[in-house]
Ligand binder design. Structure first.
Ligand code: SF4
Length: 799
């Protein structure tokens, strides 16, 4: 029997047809007609192996030996025993030390099946009363979803690849990480769209691009500023959009650095009405609650003295003028120096943005895992705003989702508890203001009680020992806990530390509700209920089931719909007038078409709705007073990556730049024991260019040590002639063995570790989001003599 569903092993959420015979999963195939069902990757196709893996956790287990003991002494216990003990211990720690002393962790819902349960686990955390959820958003989608909102009031939107003329993939490799996007981009290229990929390596989407830009890791902001300069100099920007829908024409008081308001200039003026300059030198109030009147034609470039109503004169300039001055030094030559790119490629890139093209773009972790992530996103977002492509056909569109009831609002957590989120003081605009904390802040609290002690952790999935920088410290933090519960499908170095491990089932073994498939407007309108297709392996349960059970035992049944997830799902669906049972009868999902229009910010047809953007100035904020208020630059600028600056003069010991990347054959740090996947990529890989390989006498297949000031990792070299010889590209996520292929595992840290995060740390981080330098740190490499003894690849040159 073929059962329709969708794969949630990664962000692509591909529509699937699942072949079930005699209660076993035999194969998974693409579900044609589904908005994400065009293709499946090797990981999705390996589902039968994953589900049937002998490494699956099947029963709750309790540690009987000390954490320092290599053998945990696991004993199996019943679910009843496990849940009773967890409820009692978490409840006791909360009563004695406050709910904030219990932290929680989840795997990324972008890249794991946690998406099936995320909102329910988050609801549990909030109803429990903890503001501390390790979510890793600062190393995943923070900049594109939340930093982007500093400019546009909302996230990056859905690229309309089908109608785009130009597609820019910025630090984003959908061929490896988001297949449903990759297939659409390939179609777009076939019909003639220009595809540009900005990435230090060509592997994946770069190989297919019309223009691959080999950028220095962390220098993306400089490239964006150079393109902005080109647009301004050539007047190739979308002038009408820039005047009407960004705050570019608004005047800034240069003494206060604030946007000038009507209140500043005219008696009885309002503080929320701005001021623009006209060609004749006069000023006009500009009320952004309405669209700019067609008769108003403000100057974009102006510098003048303005007389305030009290008689004082202020030097003022338009936002656009300040931007133009700020980026004037980013000539092609300077950008080439900063980015290590060829000037002719930079010129080619700059020219793509002129004349308001149909421009769709996406950026992801290649831009986000840096100490300058927020400012880089500000530069990219501003470049995009200047083209005027946003929310237009062929641009990035803001989709309209079907209305549903949210069940995980941050408002479920009392404000007094929200204020205790770890890291909130340092990152008031960052993840902690949503109750999402960084691994670094969790470790400080667990190890040093800074600013207070975290005594317990309940992790739903996650392997943050391996998947976050400073692995040895992450392990120390786990060892400092009084109580640790871990829920997972497989054992990993993080689970290994827990006091109780609970077995999670796999997506094919549980029901799930998916509201919207993200990538297009019509995909967003699809609601699909995925049935349970297989009996759970052993006693494994869904993460949401565990959240509901614990909630009941901790007196929160009322907040959890009497403990029945179906009632909870029906509550979510209520505004749509549909139930789980009705969705069950439509296994490929039901569409709920929404009223959609382009350029929703204009919405001039609506009498009741103010047009604009959900930013403080109600316009696209090229100039951000919010950032200014938090000690950050109001205008986009380029900030050197802190751990790999261009001027690396003093660094004879670490002259190279280390960047990292996911392997497309696995999901983060998981599934390396699956033979069909491991066969594709048997060893932890590190790529270097031909010149560097020659200089270091390294051949393909050699083991090399990647050394940084923070540590080292042992990986196997692949020579890639396309790479810059100053750059080293290591895969992240390696620790697991694969006995079926005779491949050994490695410790999460120490001299024999292949975990690149053992060589990276997070002392330096983005001042707004806390993002860490996983993609740009200084390093050096050397052949690992011991590991290469007797190894002969047959490729080494003796010249
Ligand atoms: S790309 Fe692969 S792993 Fe990701 S959802 Fe699709 S089939 Fe699953």
């Amino acid at each position: 029997m073929d059962i329709p569903g969708y794969c949630t092993l990664c962000r692509s959420r591909c529509g699937t047809l699942n072949e079930i015979v005699d209660g076993r999963l035999l194969s998974v195939k693409p579900l044609s007609g589904h908005p994400t069902g065009a293709a499946l990757c090797a990981k999705g196709r390996a589902a039968p192996e994953l589900v049937g893996s002998p490494r699956r956790l099947t029963k709750p287990m309790r540690r009987t030996h000390a954490r320092t003991d290599a053998d945990a002494g696991w004993e199996t216990i019943t679910w009843d025993e496990a849940l009773a003990e967890i409820a009692a211990k978490l409840g006791a720690i909360r009563a004695a030390q406050g709910a904030e002393s219990v932290a929680f962790a989840v795997t990324t819902p972008s890249g794991t099946p946690m998406i099936d349960s995320f909102e329910w686990v988050e609801r549990f955390v909030r109803c429990f009363g903890s503001p501390n959820l390790i979510y890793a958003v600062e190393v995943c989608g923070w900049h594109k979803d939340y930093a982007h909102a500093l400019t546009f009031g909302r996230g990056i939107g859905a690229p309309d690849y089908e109608q785009a003329d130009v597609i820019v993939l910025w630090g984003h490799n959908p061929a490896r990480t988001w297949l449903a996007q990759a297939t659409r981009i390939a179609d777009a290229k076939r019909r003639g769209a220009q595809v540009v990929v900005i990435d230090p390596k060509p592997d994946g989407s770069g190989q297919e691009a019309n223009l691959w830009l080999r950028i220095r890791p962390g220098a993306d902001g400089a490239l964006a500023l150079g393109a902005i300069r080109h647009l301004i100099l050539t007047e190739g920007y979308g002038a009408s959009f820039v005047k009407r829908w960004t705050n570019a024409p608004m005047l800034v008081n240069l003494e206060t650095q604030r946007l000038l308001t009507e209140y500043d200039v005219w008696q009885n003026g309002r503080k929320d009405v701005y001021v623009v300059a006209l060609a004749d030198g006069s000023l006009s109030p500009y009320d952004t609650r309405q669209a700019m009147p067609a008769t108003l034609n403000p100057c974009l470039r102006a510098r003048l003295r303005v007389q305030a109503h009290g008689g004082t004169h202020y030097p003022c300039a338009t936002v656009f003028e300040l931007l133009a001055e700020q980026i004037s030094s980013y000539t092609v030559e300077r950008v080439a120096e900063l980015t290590w790119m060829a000037p002719e490629n930079i010129r080619r890139f700059n020219s793509l943005f002129s004349g308001s093209p149909r421009l769709a773009y996406h950026s992801w972790t290649g831009v986000g895992q840096h100490t300058n992530a927020t400012m880089t996103d500000r530069a990219i977002a501003t470049l995009y705003a200047l083209t005027g492509a946003c929310d237009r056909a062929g641009g990035n569109i803001w989709t309209v989702s079907p209305p549903t009831n949210s069940v995980n609002d941050y408002g479920l957590l009392a404000p007094a508890q929200q204020a205790k989120a770890l890291g909130l003081e340092e990152l008031p605009l960052g993840p902690p203001c949503h109750g999402w904390i960084t691994a670094r802040d969790f470790c400080n609290a667990a190890i040093d009680a800074r600013p207070y002690r975290v005594a317990a952790l309940m992790s739903f999935g996650t392997n943050f020992v391996v998947s976050q920088g400073n692995s040895a410290r992450n392990l120390r933090a786990l060892q400092a806990l009084d109580f640790h519960v871990h829920v997972d499908m497989f054992m990993n170095p993080t689970a290994q530390n827990a006091d109780i491990v609970l077995p999670a089932n796999m997506p094919w073994e549980r029901e799930a509700l998916k509201i919207g498939f993200e990538i297009t407007q019509s995909a967003c309108e699809l609601v699909q209920f995925r049935p349970r297709m297989l009996a759970p392996h052993g006693q494994a349960r869904a993460d949401y089931d565990i959240a509901f059970e614990l909630a009941k035992r901790m007196g929160m049944a009322d907040q959890f719909f009497g403990g029945d997830v179906h009632t909870g799902w029906n509550h979510q669906l209520k505004p749509l007038g549909v139930t789980v049972e009705e969705l069950r009868a439509a296994p490929e999902g039901m569409r709920f078409p929404q009223p959609f229009r382009y350029e929703k910010y204009a919405a001039e047809h609506l009498d009741t709705e103010a047009p604009g953007f959900t930013t403080p100035s109600r316009r696209v904020e090229i100039y951000s007073e919010l950032l200014l208020d938090h000690g950050q630059p109001a205008l986009p600028c380029f900030v050197e990556p802190a751990q790999a600056p261009a001027e690396n003069k003093s660094n004879e010991r670490y002259p190279l730049v280390l960047t990292t990347a996911k392997s497309g054959w696995f999901v983060h740090s998981a599934y390396r024991h699956i033979a069909s996947l491991r066969r594709k990529s048997p060893d932890p890989g590190v790529e270097i260019g031909t010149g560097l390989a020659h200089k270091k006498s390294v051949a393909t297949g050699d083991w090399i040590n990647v050394n940084t000031p923070a540590g080292s990792a042992l990986l196997r070299a692949r020579i890639n002639p396309a790479l810059d010889d100053r750059v080293v590209i290591a895969e992240f996520g390696w620790w697991e063995d694969c006995p079926a292929l005779g491949r050994a595992g490695s410790p999460p840290s120490g001299p024999l570790s292949s975990n690149i995060n053992a060589a990276l740390d997070d002392k330096e981080h983005d001042p707004v989001s806390g993002s860490v330098p996983l993609r740009a740190s200084v390093c050096n490499i050397e052949r690992a003599q011991e590991q290469n003894r007797g190894l002969w690849s047959g490729e080494r040159s003796f010249s």
